[in-house]
Design a protein around this ligand. Sequence first.
Ligand SMILES: *[C@@H]1O[C@H](CO)[C@@H](O)[C@H](O)[C@H]1NC(C)=O
Length: 165
Amino acid sequence: MHTSNLVSFILGLAPLALADEDLQPWRISQLRTFSPPDREGSSPWSLINITIADPNGLIVNPASCATKWTLEELPYGHVNACSDIPGGQWTFAMLESDAANPSPTTDFKVRFELKKGDEAFEGTENFKVGDNMRGLCSAGGVCSFELKEENTPFLVTQTRIEEAI
Ligand SMILES: *[C@@H]1O[C@H](CO)[C@@H](O)[C@H](O)[C@H]1NC(C)=O
């Protein structure tokens, strides 16, 4: 290889490698779950609602990621689309935690994926009441859990994933 080719080879690769290391973690500004009262005639839906943003860009557009489920059909593994943002598409899936008593409202994992053009990134984090979440139940039996204030914004480490094109 000629020296000039070698130089452009190095110069061409270096920015890519640096860009990867310079990725800022995603930021969750809100994460809330709700579970319904265990009572005849009440709404059967549990839900989760997350606001997440990718700070790696000139304009940061938060996306809203929400889904609902019933106790008969737990949400684990379903890939859900988040709200549309310009230039990207977020999806998320709830995953069962490794804990002894996993629950999709109080102890669970979430896997986020962001596609930007032909690039794709993923990040998975654990959310647990008593750890990074807290909550309370109303007298009527509706329970609501959210990120602790001291854990907000919550940072999600993202990694680049290879994609078949
Ligand atoms: C999720 O939260 C956002 C912001 O608080 C709200 O606008 C939206 O309606 C919520 N979505 C659901 C399904 O609750």
